[in-house]
Design a protein around this ligand. Structure first.
Ligand SMILES: [Zn+2]
Ligand SMILES: [Zn+2]
Length: 147
């Protein structure tokens, strides 16, 4: 799976045997961060992604108290992925930067209690008012279904 920024300077490739799970997060933090209605997130292990091009990063303290670092193209400043200090070895790719972003269907929706009122969650999608509270639940949701 390939993707990149808007100006073409940053390109990345994700190597995985199965397409990683994508989810939509409707929390107000994702709304602010994306400047949009929700964040489209694809967590992958850092070892699975190789990036070419120059990125800059910015840090902030998340509502949970963890440090979030956002990595952007140094030229067009489009966000490529973020990291969370409590989840070392993971990066959360902004799934809209994938070349094949049209084919993405989020497997689940989080923080629907703060979703924009005009958004209707598809009936077949898993939706949660907030987010998983345990690592086990996260892992269960993020495990790709066997093809
Ligand atoms: Zn760029
Ligand atoms: Zn969020």
């Amino acid at each position: 799976m390939d993707g990149g920024c808007g100006c073409g300077q940053v390109r990345y490739t994700i190597t995985a045997t199965q397409p990683p799970v994508v989810y939509a997060c409707h929390c107000t933090d994702c709304q602010t961060q994306s400047g949009s209605a929700f964040g489209l997130q694809m967590p992958v292990f850092e070892a699975m992604i190789s990036v070419t091009g120059d990125m800059v990063s910015g840090e902030r303290t998340l509502p949970s108290g963890a440090i979030g670092t956002i990595f952007c193209c140094s030229n067009c400043l489009i966000r490529i992925y973020s990291k969370n200090s409590t989840r070392p070895g993971m990066v959360v790719v902004r799934a809209g930067t994938l070349d094949a972003s049209k084919q993405i269907v989020p497997k689940f929706h989080l923080w629907t209690k703060s979703k924009q009122p005009w958004i209707t969650i598809p009936a077949e999608a898993i939706s949660m008012k907030e987010q998983p509270t345990s690592l086990e639940e996260w892992m269960r949701l993020l495990t790709p279904e066997a093809a």
